[in-house]
Design a protein around this ligand. Structure first.
Ligand code: SF4
Length: 456
């Protein structure tokens, strides 16, 4: 059976060289994460602590959100609530429209990506510039991010060089990364200075102080928050944590899990607006309350968007983020999509997994990701009719030992045929990149009995 993700993957990364390059780039993040974990002796304790903080906060989310709102207001911020993506986009647009804003700088935020904020604002005449370098690259290319922390990881240096040449008139053939970065920096600097508003995401929100925390490596969010007079911060309601002591646990986990750094370069706490400016915080539900009420899946709200599960996932590494029918790719997207945006192709995402468990093993807040994928498979049977009928037949055969043995004998007879690609062979897709190993010539049962010295 061929999944929609499988079909898209062939378009997104069409040849083995591109697949390998993507795999290498992404897996290098996983290796850096492993080295960072190895030099952190209290890693397991930190993860347990983070899991407990998140579980506790989600159990008392209403109280912590109210505390956050009241403390943020006391510090001078204006807090807005948005029930869904449209309400979020409309809130942001209304704030910009009322102030006559036509140019906005935005730092990386998967929430705004998921809500489709850029096209919403652009359709209403507002110019939005993404300022994270990777985000800027995909924006110039007219694409969406393919990874949650390295959005342009699917692009080669040469592709970026051509893109910059076409869109920023950089010298043709310039592939030196520092020089390309310098061009992008100069272009962005003028946009920062001209912007009338800055939009950022939020990594954590501190209930006890009403502060928001924004973590980046490039400092672009800090410019966006401090140069224009209006700062709009957009966050999902699950981002709130109780206090500053809890933040210390998450900052140690986030950077190590994401890029293997001990700490991200910029961790900015914003409590109230800057002098003479305005701070608006938009708290977005968009399905999160529904997910919180679902005991079987609420744990996915613990996620801190570190990307470790993407970087280790053998399916994501080979398929690329654009193969996923959801803004957030990888195992994380595959468990969030059926919960937050159910329906259609998104319900098939939990099927695109080997269930190897590598994602769960690296998750710093101990989300049982592969268990979640399995649970979604049971709840949203998105398999095709043919595959479901096949599984029903298999279940019947496996429940009858004689039939099972006969089927095994028939499969061994057909093995040489099945291992060749030809139209009509259901294994043809699988065989495209693999070889079916030769079978041992006898059943496992027969061999087991023989090796125990009893013969069959
Ligand atoms: S699910 Fe876990 S590993 Fe994946 S991004 Fe979220 S916190 Fe990181």
């Amino acid at each position: 059976m061929s999944l929609p993700l499988d079909r898209r993957a062939r378009e997104v990364l069409p040849d083995e060289a591109r697949v390998r390059a993507h795999d290498r780039s992404v897996y290098s993040l996983r290796e850096r994460r492993d080295r960072a974990v190895a030099r952190t002796p209290d890693w397991e304790a930190l993860c347990r602590q983070a899991e407990a903080i998140k579980a506790h906060t989600l159990d008392h989310l209403g109280e912590y959100l109210e505390a956050f709102e009241s403390n943020a207001r006391a510090a001078g911020a204006v807090v807005h609530w948005a029930e869904d993506a449209d309400a979020h986009n409309e809130t942001v647009h209304a704030l910009l429209r009322e102030r006559g804003v036509s140019r906005v700088v935005k730092s990386k935020s998967m929430l705004t990506e998921d809500c489709g904020l850029n096209p919403w604002l652009e359709a209403r005449g507002i110019e939005v510039t993404d300022t994270d370098l990777g985000e800027r690259i995909v924006q110039l290319a007219g694409e969406r991010p393919s990874h949650i922390i390295v959005p342009a990881v699917h692009k080669s240096r040469h592709e970026i060089s051509e893109l910059f040449h076409e869109t920023m008139a950089t010298p043709s053939g310039e592939t030196d990364p520092p020089r390309l970065v310098e061009h992008a920096r100069r272009d962005l600097r003028s946009r920062f200075l001209a912007a009338e508003a800055g939009i950022t995401g939020v990594n954590f929100a501190i209930a006890g102080t009403g502060s928001i925390v924004v973590v980046t490596n490039e400092g672009n969010a800090d410019l966006g928050m401090s140069l224009p007079p209006l700062h709009i911060a957009c966050m999902g309601i699950e981002k709130v944590i109780p206090g500053l002591d809890d933040l210390a646990v998450f900052t140690r986990l986030l950077a190590r899990s994401a890029t293997g750094q001990d700490l991200s370069v910029y961790t900015s706490l914003v409590t109230g607006p800057r002098v003479g400016g305005e701070l608006h915080i938009v708290l977005v539900d968009d399905g999160r309350s529904r997910l919180l009420a679902d005991a079987a899946h609420a744990q996915s709200l613990r996620c801190i968007r570190c990307s470790a599960c993407l970087n280790t996932c053998p399916v994501y590494r080979r398929a690329g983020g654009h193969s996923y029918a959801y803004a957030i790719p990888g195992p994380l997207g595959s468990v969030l999509a059926p919960a937050l945006e159910p329906g259609g192709e998104r319900d098939t995402l939990p099927l695109a997994s080997t269930l190897c468990g590598s994602c769960s093993a690296v998750c710093p807040v101990r989300i049982d990701l592969h268990g979640q994928l399995l649970a979604w498979r049971r709840e949203r049977p998105a398999l095709g009719r043919l595959a479901r009928a096949g599984l029903r037949v298999a279940a019947r055969v496996m429940a009858r030992p004689t039939l099972f043995r006969l089927a095994g004998r028939a499969a061994r007879g057909l093995w040489p045929l099945l291992s060749r690609r030809f139209p009509g062979n259901p294994a043809s897709g699988w065989l495209r990149g693999r070889e079916l190993p030769a079978h041992p010539g006898e059943s496992f049962r027969r061999r087991y009995l023989r090796e125990r010295g009893r013969g069959a």
